[in-house]
Design a protein around this ligand. Structure first.
Ligand code: IP8
Length: 250
């Protein structure tokens, strides 16, 4: 059973301060991952983390987004370096708990064409899993035909890696406990975008920030069932449960 787990950037960093971790939240997530692997509840696990106060700070400083690129290698390197720093923190918290985590930096394994279609190499991820490692990927900069370097969100990495390795389950640990309706109650299951369009702002709403609408649309198109849940439900997800909102486009 192959699982892809996204740790939201807002979960593991302090978004109000540049390059600041949320240490207790990252420790709690690393504890949950280590316990799930030690108990055998989870076996083949890929972790992806977002940018939080690391990547986004540098990307906005240089005016770089998913659609606006830079051809300044120094700016691209600054964004990438910030994400590598966060990746190092995530890896070291996992290693402290004997999780055999290894890095995969999408900057060097991905590209976008002129139509913004993403290609992410995943053979190395499969080989790492086969060797018993836990690959840890992240949102990053990505070279983009005609635009230099643009932002690659952790959400895009999740869908690309899940498709590439044919994952069985996908989980998004986010700051909210799931997709919420207009009374802030968690919607337990979403099978089509039409069911939730009234809560997510319309099927043509733009999503440049990795918001919930874009996330739901991408997950409905994914082959594997996905779950969006809050940090308190991470252990339940890793134990095989489907807390929060289950998204399955069939
Ligand atoms: O936090 C963004 O990843 P996200 C990565 O998943 C960068 O949107 C470089 C800002």
């Amino acid at each position: 059973m192959t699982t892809v787990l996204k740790l939201g950037g807002s979960v593991v960093t302090d978004k109000d301060r540049a390059e600041a971790l949320d240490g207790p939240a990252l420790d709690a997530a690393a504890d949950a991952v280590a316990d799930a692997l030690a108990s055998g509840d989870t076996s083949d696990l890929v972790v992806v983390h977002g940018g939080g106060s690391f990547g986004h700070h540098h990307a906005s400083k240089h005016g770089v987004s998913k659609t606006e690129g830079t051809d300044d290698a120094g700016a691209a390197l600054e964004i990438h370096a910030a994400m590598k720093t966060l990746n190092d923190f995530v890896l070291s918290r996992l290693h402290e708990r004997d999780v055999p985590a290894v890095p995969v930096h999408p900057f060097s394994a991905a590209c976008r064409n002129r139509e913004a279609d993403l290609t992410l190499m995943t053979e190395q991820v499969e080989t790492m899993l086969g060797e018993g490692f836990v690959p840890v990927l992240h949102g990053d900069g990505v070279v983009h035909e005609g635009k230099g370097v643009t932002v690659l969100s952790g959400d895009e990495v999740v869908t690309a890696v899940a498709e590439g390795i044919d994952a069985d389950r996908v989980g998004f640990c986010s700051t909210v406990p799931g997709v919420l309706d207009d009374e802030d109650a968690v919607i337990p299951e979403i099978r089509s975008y039409d069911e939730v369009v009234e809560f997510l702002g319309g099927s043509d709403s733009t999503d440049v920030t990795g918001g919930m609408a874009g996330k739901v649309r991408a997950l409905l198109a994914l082959g594997a069932p996905a779950t969006i849940f809050g940090p308190d439900d991470l252990r339940a997800f890793l134990a095989g449960e489907t807390p929060g909102t289950r998204i399955d486009g069939g």
